[in-house]
Design a protein around this ligand. Structure first.
Ligand code: GAP
Length: 511
């Protein structure tokens, strides 16, 4: 646990030191849960977005893109159910005056039970060594069984109470479990209340005529309201998808864990429109396809797992998260939701317009069902960045800090380093840059000894260093060094573009 916390602290400070993420308006002491992406962060974010867009839009003949506005007609949010139901259950501690999400307090309690069970298993593993049969142990050991049973009971009761809007029972559960304020230990709680997460704003010149608007809390509604526009103008046939990336805003009360939970963030969403009755088949298809996308980046299969929702959102008939092993444990990275025909039907009712598809094969019109894939770009950034950051022990006993970002996502693909600052080596390095910069983001670095420059680029996440030395002047060859293996190879300058293309080719990564 302490090791995890330590790693997380390093992630945050490394992200700042190397120009990835800064606190928003830091010179004024920042704004809670709002962040800015620096020179490297903006590139990494763009590369993740492109990797998603290419895999969803370019690779699927039946998926097209969209860029809808953040402001939408206010009725959108009535129809979608966000005005009524986009709430978090909040509870205040009367002594500390701190505010918490009631469901998060209960989930944290349940997670502690999970950790107690894991501790029992680890202890037994140590005691029995090779002979340890984990499957038998977890199904027979009374303590593990008790912890797991209690965990399940607690989560089920919470889900039931939230589903039934029984906030008194949510409070009763907190009191029965003896949950205390994590900061002060006080158990003096207020009642649980619902709090709407949408940010409101106004459109118009004068207070009397201004219209109340919301900043969109999800990008999905921009897709639903354009369903007919895209279907007609793109002559799309079911099944087909509309993909979009863009900002979303939520007034998160418990905003913590760095860029994991932000108030302003970016989503990458795709709505896939299908025949009614076929949605669960497509739901399984998209679960599998999205997991494959994650695995293609090579961050380790063991770091992903599915979590099926017990409490379904008001619009879903099936839902699962792809969870990632963040520095603070497994948490939601992406959601795959079978949203039924809820949204399109609701927009039909509120707008009075038909949002249907005429299916020539069936010779009938219907409101399509929707399967959605929805991932937070910032959360994906955190997954990639935190998993890539390593303190690596080297054979000579020293350590190096290395940011092993997947090369296709790295902000800078190569650093060009003249061995020394004279004898014509910088000129050759600049010529190489002039050639490579048409295809790749590359940088020039001549300061310090070459070993220190390698370390600097390792820590910044640059996958390749290309060194120009005195032999280059004779043989037109340079040394290319791989960040992860530290292997060095002598190659022709004329082959550099081809070599780099091979290493960061989309086809190579996605296949
Ligand atoms: N359209 C469906 C939807 O918005 P969601 O589960 O509320 O579903 C989808 O959000 C994804 O957006 C999440 O899996 C997460 O990656 C990201 N996300 C949600 N709230 C976020 C926040 N406050 N900060 C950063 N990312 C967030």
């Amino acid at each position: 646990m302490a090791q995890q916390e330590d790693h997380f602290k390093k992630v945050i400070s490394h992200a700042k030191e190397y120009g990835y993420i800064f606190g928003s308006s830091e010179i004024y002491d920042g704004l809670s849960a709002v962040y800015d992406y620096g020179q490297n962060g903006a590139e990494l974010k763009k590369n993740i977005r492109d990797y998603w867009w290419k895999s969803m839009v370019q690779m699927h003949e039946n998926i097209v893109g969209l860029d809808a506005s953040i402001f939408m007609h206010p009725t959108t949010w009535k129809a979608s159910g966000h005005v009524e139901a986009f709430n978090d259950p909040l509870i205040d501690n009367k002594d500390s005056k701190k505010r918490y999400r009631a469901d998060v307090l209960i989930e944290d309690y349940a997670e502690k039970l999970n950790q107690k069970a894991a501790k029992e298993i680890a202890k037994a593993k140590k005691r029995f060594g090779e002979a340890f049969n984990e499957e038998e142990f977890v199904t027979t050991n009374p303590r593990v069984l008790r912890y797991r049973e209690e965990q399940e009971t607690v989560l089920k009761r919470m889900a039931r109470s939230l589903e039934a809007e029984d906030l008194a029972d949510v409070k009763a559960l907190i009191e029965e479990l003896g949950i205390a304020d994590p900061d002060t230990g006080s158990k003096n709680w207020t009642d649980v209340r619902q709090f709407n997460l949408m940010f409101g704003t106004k459109l118009g010149a004068s207070a009397e005529t201004a219209t109340d608007l919301y900043l969109r809390p999800e990008t999905a509604q921009g897709i639903f309201v354009n369903f007919l526009n895209v279907q007609k103008t793109g002559r799309m046939k079911i099944p087909f998808g509309i993909a979009q990336t863009g900002k979303a805003f939520r007034n998160e009360i418990v905003a913590r864990q760095f860029i994991f939970r932000m108030r302003e963030f970016e989503q990458m969403e795709m709505q896939f429109f299908v025949r009614p009755g076929e949605e669960l088949k497509w739901y399984e298809h998209w679960k599998e396809t999205r997991l494959k996308w994650h695995l293609s980046l090579g961050l380790g299969e063991e770091n992903y797992r599915f979590h099926d929702h017990e409490k379904l959102a008001h619009y879903a008939n099936a839902a699962a998260d792809i969870e990632f092993n963040f520095p603070f444990g497994f948490k939601e990275l992406e959601g795959i939701h079978s949203r039924t025909d809820f949204d399109l039907k609701a927009h039909e009712e509120h707008s009075g317009k038909k949002l249907q598809f005429f299916d020539h094969e069936l010779n009938e019109s219907y409101v399509p069902y929707v399967v959605e894939t929805s991932i937070g770009l910032d959360r994906m950034f955190l997954a990639v960045f935190s998993q890539s950051l390593e303190e690596e022990e080297l054979e000579n006993g020293s350590t190096r800090t290395v940011l092993k970002l997947p090369a296709i996502l790295a902000p800078v693909k190569a650093a060009i380093l003249p061995l020394i600052k004279k004898d014509g080596l910088p000129e050759v390095a600049h010529k190489i840059i002039d050639d490579l910069k048409w295809d790749f983001n590359v940088v020039y670095d001549e300061k310090d000894a070459v070993g220190r420059r390698y370390r600097r680029q390792d820590a910044a996440g640059t996958p390749f260093c290309i060194t120009v030395d005195h032999d280059t002047l004779e043989d037109e060859r340079v040394t290319i060094r791989d960040r992860d293996t530290m292997e060095q190879k002598r190659v022709k300058i004329s082959e550099l573009t081809t070599i780099l293309h091979q290493k960061i080719d989309f086809k190579h990564w996605m296949n």
